[in-house]
Each structure stands twice: as structure tokens, then as C-alpha cells.
Write a protein that binds this ligand. Structure first.
Ligand SMILES: O=C(O)CCC(=O)C(=O)O
Ligand SMILES: [Fe+2]
Length: 293
């Protein structure tokens, strides 16, 4: 699927675009299966440490982690992309259906920015309603890079791995204000826009079904709300940018995922990707990834 001119125009105006049903079951299955296996391994590890008694093996992907989390919140530790480093996830970062849509917004020379996360948002009844990695407070993604990326056209791509609803803590955005540029952030349980600089415009909740995408401009304010369901809101948030521009995280690995002019530059070496992340995580310990203001 590629974007229509109307959709591209809407993104330029609003700084947010929903692309429904871009990913098929076949696109998502390898990642979901990889993370189902990851959860299973982690649950068995915690069982061996007597932190989990019931493996909840019969429960579906969108439920099991909640039941395990209720027994031990340690279930989610080191789940994120750069720690789990699964081969299916690495391949997914250059999924053709994703990149076809990304190309419509930033052109055919595409680099995968290293700010990439998978989030399994547990029920707030278990994890609390406070701001943090799950209940992300109002911010612009430009606020989580170094200033070197201020002129980089970094596009945020939020992917629903399970249905994201108002109840289970979908994204909220403030459309139309990205043109006003960067707003100062500070750190209060996460990097957040200074409350006096938050736009008055009403936020828009963005519920999306599994396989749908939300594109956000790096200056679009967004947050996500607590999960008031009993299941898990699984999502990924990835970022893509034109090749050659600073990523805002020079200490983490970026790589080319598509190139019209130099197709051989596309990076497909899984072993090398894992090696680069291991080395980068080691050498960037203690480094502040977000800008100070
Ligand atoms: O998934 C969330 O709850 C927050 C995601 C986010 O801030 C982003 O995609 O940039
Ligand atoms: Fe964000």
C-alpha cells in the first residue's frame, strides 16, 4: 500500500496520520511468534527462580503477559528490541509494507533510526497509573534525541501489534501544532513538555486496530494513557529518516533499510546488527540519550 496525495497532505498539515490495516497477519506473525517465545522463556526462567508459579501457557498473546506480570513484574525486563534482539524483529524493521508507506512521507533513501521500542503495556491495576515507559507523558519525539537531529526529518511510526483502544491505553496526539516547532521539555517521570508550554488544542485519542499504523511528526505532541483493560496493549514504535541525516543517538546503531540509488547499501546482516547493539549498549552506559531541555 502506498499513501494517496490526500493522505500525504493530511500528514503535512496535521503532523499525524493513521494508516489502517497496512500490515497483514503474515507480516505480524513472525514478530508475535518471536515475542510469544520470548515471554515463554522468560516465564520459565522466573519460574525456576520461584517468582512465577503459573506459566499461563494456554493464554493468548494479548493476555498472557498480564497474568505473568501479576505474579512478577520482572517478566518484562530486557524485552525491548535492543535487548531481545530477535531475528524476526530485525527483519521486520525493513518490512516492505511498512517501508512503502514510509517512502511516501520521506522518500526512497531510508535509514532505520535506532530509537526503536516494543511495549507490552500491562493493566494499570497491576503496574499503576503513574507516568513512565508505559504511561508516557506529553512529549515530542524531538525531545528524546540530541540536538544534532533538529534538522533531521525523523518520522515516528507507531504500530499496533494488538488492537489499541481508549480503554487499553492507546496513543493521544495534538494534531496541527507541529508547525510551531520544538517545545522545551523537562524530566518528570520521563521527558515531558514543560506544562506551561503544552498547547491548548484538544488532544485526540487514536485507537487503531492490530496491523494499523500511526505516523507522527517529530514535533507532534503525544502521550499514552493507562491501560484500564485486563489485557496487554502490545505495540512497537520505530523511527525512520532520510539516509545521511544525524539520528540524534550517534552512540546507537542506525542502518539503511531501503535505497533506490544504492540498493547494495541495505543492511541485512543479523549477526552484525546484534554485535553492534551489544557493543553500543556497553560503550554508551550512563550516557544521557535525551536532550537536557
Ligand atoms: O506507545 C506508547 O505508549 C508511547 C509511544 C511513543 O511515545 C512514541 O511512539 O513515540
Ligand atoms: Fe514518543
Amino acid at each position: 500500500m502506498s499513501l494517496s496525495e490526500e493522505e500525504k497532505h493530511a500528514f503535512r498539515e496535521e503532523g499525524v496520520l493513521i494508516a489502517e490495516g497496512v500490515l497483514t497477519e503474515a507480516d505480524l506473525a513472525p514478530v508475535i511468534s518471536e515475542y510469544s517465545d520470548w515471554v515463554d522463556r522468560r516465564a520459565r526462567f522466573l519460574q525456576a527462580e520461584n517468582k512465577i508459579s503459573d506459566l499461563c501457557e494456554k493464554e493468548p498473546f494479548e493476555k498472557r503477559l498480564a497474568s505473568l506480570y501479576a505474579q512478577s513484574p520482572e517478566i518484562t525486563r530486557d524485552m525491548d528490541i535492543m535487548y531481545a534482539r530477535g531475528p524476526a524483529t530485525f527483519a521486520f524493521l525493513r518490512n516492505a509494507h511498512l517501508l512503502d508507506v514510509v517512502e511516501g512521507l520521506i522518500g526512497p533513501e531510508i535509514t532505520c533510526n535506532p530509537i526503536q521500542h516494543i511495549r507490552a503495556k500491562p493493566p494499570a491495576a497491576l503496574s499503576g497509573e503513574g507516568a513512565g515507559f508505559y504511561n508516557v507523558p506529553w512529549h515530542q519525539d524531538a525531545g528524546v534525541t540530541w540536538e544534532e537531529a533538529d534538522n533531521s526529518d525523523i518520522l515516528t511510526l507507531w504500530i499496533a501489534l494488538t488492537d489499541a483502544t481508549v480503554e487499553n491505553g492507546c496513543m493521544e496526539v495534538i494534531p496541527g501544532v507541529w508547525k510551531q516547532g520544538y517545545r522545551e521539555h523537562w524530566d518528570e517521570n520521563g521527558t515531558t513538555i514543560r506544562p506551561d508550554l503544552l498547547p491548548e488544542a484538544p488532544p485526540r485519542p487514536v485507537p487503531v486496530s492490530k496491523g494499523s499504523l500511526i505516523f507522527m511528526h517529530r514535533y507532534t505532541p503525544h502521550r499514552s494513557t493507562p491501560n484500564y483493560s485486563s489485557g496487554v496493549r502490545w505495540s512497537m514504535d520505530l523511527r525512520y529518516q532520510p539516509t545521511g541525516q544525524p539520528t540524534g543517538r550517534p552512540f546507537h546503531p542506525a542502518f539503511v533499510v531501503r535505497s533506490a540509488t544504492n540498493p547494495e547499501s541495505v543492511f541485512t546482516d543479523y549477526t552484525e546488527w546484534t554485535r553492534q547493539w551489544i557493543a553500543a549498549l556497553e560503550s554508551s552506559k550512563g550516557m544521557k540519550a535525551h536532550r537536557v531541555k
